[in-house]
Design a protein around this ligand. Structure first.
Ligand SMILES: Cc1cc2nc3c(=O)[nH]c(=O)nc-3n(C[C@H](O)[C@H](O)[C@H](O)COP(=O)(O)OP(=O)(O)OC[C@H]3O[C@@H](n4cnc5c(N)ncnc54)[C@H](O)[C@@H]3O)c2cc1C
Length: 474
């Protein structure tokens, strides 16, 4: 099997260890904003028009948009931990237009509506940008665009074919290295419109601030434990350990965590994604790599890296390994994987040898709600009184805003362009129960890794998964 560029140019173990020594095991973004005052948990009995379960982006956008639609509505948010502590406070901060985890994945699953989905996705990103301005969200939003880079010869043709002569531009080796200087780059594809960058934890905090200003009540440390029909059947009662809320409508925005609707639990599995953050670059270090246009970057293999600058010129470097643990658990102990952090540091230094000597200040991980179609799914339960959206598969920073609108449409019984989409009306295939889930996921990972070592060629397992609609091509 051929080696990849990251295996041909490995830095010495001492250099890797030195770069990682002292990296705090905590998400940089959450560390950067520091703890926020936490309100009292929910106690006693309450009534509301809408209860939202989960205070990540999906829940917060749902509450915010519901209040904007009807300021008189009583909206309550229940959160097990604190606002934005989970994926929403620890992601890469790529705000992507795509609602379908990339054009190719969307086209293979929804060929008849991919153009419409792409247009809705771009409109969704534009709406988020407008909301950032209108609501004064202080979240380091930058509409930088993004560049996908070829680091293996077979990837260059793929990039050339994807250029559209408009906002998506092919860059040859010299042009891509003029944007960001890495000896590993062979070509690039600059998508100028479809990506913004954001400080993830600030976005969550700011959404919560606006929610509160609009009169939304957010109860933290108030995990919802069950949903039961209210007396007379017209309402739903959401229970927590110490209280309950009776509501006309409930929106579930619980992402990778076990759904309050048992039937939804087989539709996603938690897959852990790992991230490093460097110390701020000095002006000399920054000059050695360029990056004056500050785009988000990713490379093209099945196991890919994503990277970007922060406002204070640190480099966030994440991706590559995506680890699933037997039994579908979401556990703190899965957030540490020394081998993965060493691999990430090694690949970073292969990409930017001119930054040797740089230190990583933070390392962390988070769980991604992977669905078998690699994009969100939606639905209602309890006679249309409960709505849900999940399965964003690691691309939910922008898609959760769209999902919030879908949930509000569905809960109101509205027939809209969004609710008519096949993507919204259809469900993914469920994952099998254990041990089959674990065996299947590990075999797929192994096959994707082999394809990355073999000019991108997909083996029989991957071709079979493609044929039944379970294939993944980043
Ligand atoms: C390391 C990492 C990097 C990523 N990078 C990107 C990226 O660059 N771009 C991108 O688009 N996406 C990225 N993602 C994915 C993105 O972060 C998520 O898709 C998005 O944040 C999902 O938002 P959410 O509100 O659905 O979920 P979450 O932020 O997980 O929020 C769900 C909330 O529900 C709460 N909850 C769960 N169950 C209950 C209950 N029973 N009662 C009360 N509360 C409950 C949880 O405590 C949690 O706060 C990344 C994810 C990770 C982990």
């Amino acid at each position: 099997m051929a080696s990849t560029v990251f295996e041909r140019n490995i830095p010495s173990p001492a250099v890797i260890e030195a770069a990682l020594a002292g990296a705090k095991h905590v998400p940089f973004w959450l560390d950067d904003v520091g703890p926020a005052p936490v309100g009292a948990p929910l106690t006693g009995r309450h009534a509301a028009d809408l209860v939202v379960v989960g205070a990540g982006y999906c829940g917060l956008w749902t509450a915010l948009l519901a209040k904007q639609e009807d300021p008189a509505r009583r909206v309550v948010v229940l959160e097990s931990h604190t606002v934005g502590w989970a994926a929403s406070g620890r992601n890469g901060g790529f705000v992507e237009a795509s609602l379908t985890h990339g054009h190719d994945n969307g086209e293979s699953r929804f060929p008849e509506e991919i153009d419409q989905l792409n247009a809705l996705g771009l409109a969704n990103l534009n709406e988020i940008e407008q909301a950032v301005k209108d609501l004064g969200l202080d979240c380091e939003f930058e509409r930088t665009g993004s560049i996908g880079v070829a680091v293996e010869a077979y990837q260059v043709a793929e990039l050339k074919a994807a250029a559209d002569g408009g906002d998506t531009v092919f860059l040859d080796q010299d042009q891509v290295r003029a944007e960001l200087n890495s000896p590993t780059y062979l070509a690039g594809l600059w998508s100028k419109q479809e990506t913004a960058l954001v400080h993830p934890a600030k976005l969550a905090r700011e959404l919560a601030r606006v929610c509160r200003e609009l009169g939304v009540e957010i109860f933290e440390h108030s995990g919802a434990t069950s949903l039961v029909p209210g007396k007379g059947g017209g309402d739903v009662v959401v229970h927590t350990d110490r209280g309950r809320v009776t509501a006309a409508k409930v929106a579930l925005a619980t992402n990778v965590f076990p759904s309050l609707l048992k039937r939804n639990r087989l539709f996603t599995v938690p897959v852990y994604d790992y991230v490093l953050m460097t110390e701020p670059l000095t002006p000399e270090q920054l000059e050695s790599i360029g990056w004056s246009n500050r785009q988000g970057f990713s490379d093209l293999a099945n196991q890919f890296h994503y990277y970007r600058l922060s406002a204070d010129n640190r480099i966030l470097w994440g991706g590559y390994d995506a680890l699933y643990h037997f039994g579908r658990g979401v556990k703190n102990e899965y957030e540490d994987s020394p081998e993965t952090f060493r691999k990430l540091a090694s690949h970073f230094l292969t990409t930017f040898p001119q930054l040797e000597g740089i230190k990583f200040s933070h390392r962390w991980a988070g769980a991604i709600d992977t669905s078998t179609r690699f994009c969100a799914f939606f639905g209602t339960a309890h006679g249309g009184r409960v709505g849900y959206a999940t399965g964003f598969t690691g691309l939910g920073v922008a898609a959760t805003h769209f999902a919030a609108k879908v949930m509000l449409d569905q809960l109101a019984g509205r027939d809209t362009e969004r609710t008519r989409l096949k993507m919204v009306r259809s469900k993914p295939l469920p994952f099998p129960p254990e041990p089959f889930a674990s065996v299947g996921i590990q075999a797929t990972r192994w096959s994707l890794d082999r394809a990355d070592h073999n000019g991108g060629k997909r083996n029989l397992l991957l071709k079979t998964l493609d044929a039944v609609g379970l294939g993944f091509d980043s």
